[in-house]
Each structure stands twice: as C-alpha cells, then as structure tokens.
Design a protein. Structure first.
Length: 394
C-alpha cells in the first residue's frame, strides 16, 4: 500500500479518535447555570447582563406553574374528586380510575370526609374535614427526582389548610419515607431515608416545628410559634422545600431555612406519602400541591392569589358572571406590583447566617432579612446529544 495513503488514513483515524475523546469529556462535564467569570470581567458582565423579564399571570384560576406540579388535590374545582365510595381523593388533573402503583392519581382515606363552608364566604371553596383521617398518597418513590435510583434531590410542597388543634404532643403533618442507606459496608451501618414535618405542643401551648431529614432532626429555629398564627380562623399556608444544601419551611409569608447537614442521599421507597399521620391533627384541608422542583418565592404571591380566588368566592362570582376578575401583575426591580394596588408586603425571613459548623447566628440584625427560594428550574434539553451530534453538529 502507498506509504502516503497510509499516513493520510492514520491522520484521519487519529483525528476521529481525538474528536471522540474531546466529545466524551464535553458530554460528561458538570453543568453550571452560569459560566465561570474571571474577576476582571465582572464589571463588563454587569453591563451586558440581560434585564429580568417578569412573568405575568392574569388568570388566577390556574395553578401557578401548573406544568411543573406532580400532584395536586383541593376542593376548588370539583368536590366530586373526593369519592367516598372509592375512599379516594383524586388528583385534580387525572382521570378518576385506578392506575398501577397509584401513580400521580389519588390519596386514600379510610374514614368519611365531611365538607364544610369556609368562614370567608359560603360560596367559596369548601373545607374538607380530615380530623382523625390519615391521607395516604402514591408510593413515595413516585415523588423522587430520579426514576431509576428513586433519589430525592429537590422538591417544593404547599398545604393550604385550617388547623383547629392537635391531639398529641408530636403531630406529623407531612412525611415521605424510603429505604435505609448503607453508610459503611465493612462495618454494617445504615441511615434512614425519611423526611417529615413534626408539630410539637410546647409548655406554653404554642408550637415548635421540627423537620427530620434522614437521621438528623432540625430544631431551634421554628420554635414557640404563637398558637393564634397556627389556628387562624380562616386558613393558613404551610410549605416546605428541600435541596441538598438547604431545607426551608414556610408559614404564610414567613420563611425559615436550615443548612442541610445530612451527608447521605434520600432514596424514597414504596410506602405512601402521608398527610396528617395517624389523623392526630384536627385540620380541614383546602389545597395540597407538590412540585418536583423549586418554586421561586418571587412568584409566591401568585400562589396566594390562586388560593384566595377560590376560597374568597371570587370563583363563584366569576362563574356566575357577576364580575370579571383580572389583576395584572408586573415586576419593578425585585418587588411584585399589582396594577390596582400598592406594593405588596415583601416576604419575611427568620434566617440567620450559617457559620462553619452549620449553626445559625440569630443576632438582631439578622432577623427579617429578605430570603428567596432557590431559582425555579426548567428543563434545558429533552435528550443528551450523542458523540456524532457533537462532532457533526446535528
């Protein structure tokens, strides 16, 4: 064979192998939301940074970021979703039929659920009385972010409810459980896969809220919450979010946040997600929604407006064409503005700075700092490009 032809073939074979290797490293390199910037480029980056484009939601009847919710039950649109014959409370957006593994479809209950008028407007959304009722949802692994390992990496959930009292000293509002995780294979050692929210009645008959993640119980930050706040005569909004770095709990518009000190993964199992464990909380539920991602607090007022639209009776008025409800919203800087109202009260926070040990400083100057939930994440691509996509750009 001609020596020149051999050299040419060798060159192209080597080039192809090099491109394959480079493409491989390009595919597996860690993704970052923002490129790493050099110090000297910071000022230029500020000048070239695109202005924030706000999201405007005119229709308060639609759940904010509906496309990102995994499951939602409420009394807003169709109280027929609470089927006493089936013992199931169906998801708002699913067919009323059984699915294998109870995927994204319904909560089970074993006692009757009564519906009551709310105290804001008898034409508003009904209150579903779940006193002594434990709601059992789909198997927890359905709520995981990874469908192969069932690992939980992040979520946001909200409960809109009216709480009258608690039956026990410890009362689990929300719980997800999973398989234990092996932390040491040589000397057998395991840690729990569990997340729950525990309302504890203290000696002042107010409430401490403990959050458990794995084997770690987070205490001390959400303490002595006044019972009048929890027992609001109308309704209260409670929420939680979780990431590998932070754990947050929401009471109305106040946010409490811990640094996540759990070093192990949470792998969810086949046990059901639970609301009102053992039925020990005397509560009347209006709305529960679970997102498999983080809900940005910049848009929290949309969620508040969505709930109030139904609870206040505006839905009934609009349905009967007695009025037209449209409140346009836009952003001015970081504040949410209503076109027919003054600036709304910013969300408060009771989050202190975290020191190297993961503890919080609660100095006076740290209280009421404004804190936002981590950025709401969107899918960036539907598939991972192959090597040939990378090389030939198709």
């Amino acid at each position: 064979m001609n020596i020149n032809l051999i050299k040419i073939l060798s060159f192209f074979i080597g080039l192809f192998i090099t491109l394959v290797i480079l493409s491989y490293y390009k595919i597996i390199e860690p993704f970052t939301d923002q490129p790493e910037n050099k110090v000297e480029d910071k000022e230029e980056d500020k000048e070239n940074k695109e202005e924030f484009i706000p999201i405007t939601i005119n229709d308060q009847s639609v759940l904010p970021f509906e496309g990102y919710k995994f499951m939602c039950i409420n009394t807003y649109l169709d109280i027929g979703n609470i089927s006493l014959n089936d013992g199931r409370w169906y998801d708002n957006y699913s067919e009323k039929r059984h699915y294998d593994l109870n995927v994204n479809n319904y909560f089970r209950f074993n006692q009757g659920i009564e519906l009551h008028d709310n105290d804001l407007n008898k034409n508003g959304a009904k209150l579903a009385n779940i006193r002594n009722v434990q709601l059992e949802g789909p198997a927890c692994f359905n709520f995981a972010n990874n469908s192969e390992t069932y690992e939980l990496t992040e979520f946001s959930m909200f409960l809109v409810t009216k709480i009258t009292n608690f039956s026990n000293n410890h009362n689990i509002l929300f719980e997800m459980t999973g398989n234990s995780v092996t932390t040491d294979k040589i000397v057998p050692n395991y840690t729990s896969s569990i997340i729950n929210v525990d309302f504890i009645v203290n000696e002042k008959l107010n409430y401490n809220v403990n959050i458990r993640v794995g084997d770690i119980v987070y205490t001390g930050l959400i303490d002595n919450i006044d019972k009048d706040i929890i027992h609001d005569p109308y309704y209260i909004t409670l929420g939680m979010y979780y990431t590998s770095k932070t754990i947050g709990f929401i009471i109305n518009k106040k946010l409490y946040e811990y640094a996540n000190k759990n070093p192990y993964k949470i792998n969810l199992g086949s046990t059901p997600l639970i609301i009102n464990k053992y039925g020990s909380i005397n509560m009347q539920l209006l709305n529960f929604v679970y997102y498999k991602t983080l809900f940005h607090f910049d848009y929290f007022d949309y969620f508040v407006s969505y709930n109030n639209f139904y609870i206040s009776g505006l839905y009934y008025e609009t349905l009967n064409k007695k009025c037209t409800v449209e409140r346009k919203r836009y952003y001015e800087g970081n504040l949410l503005i209503n076109s027919n109202e003054e600036v709304e009260t910013p969300i408060e926070s009771n989050y202190g700075e975290v020191n190297e040990e993961g503890n919080h400083h609660h100095g006076e100057h740290h209280h009421n700092r404004l804190i936002k939930l981590p950025e709401f994440k969107y899918d960036l691509m539907e598939r991972v490009p192959t090597i040939f996509n990378r090389i030939f750009n198709f």
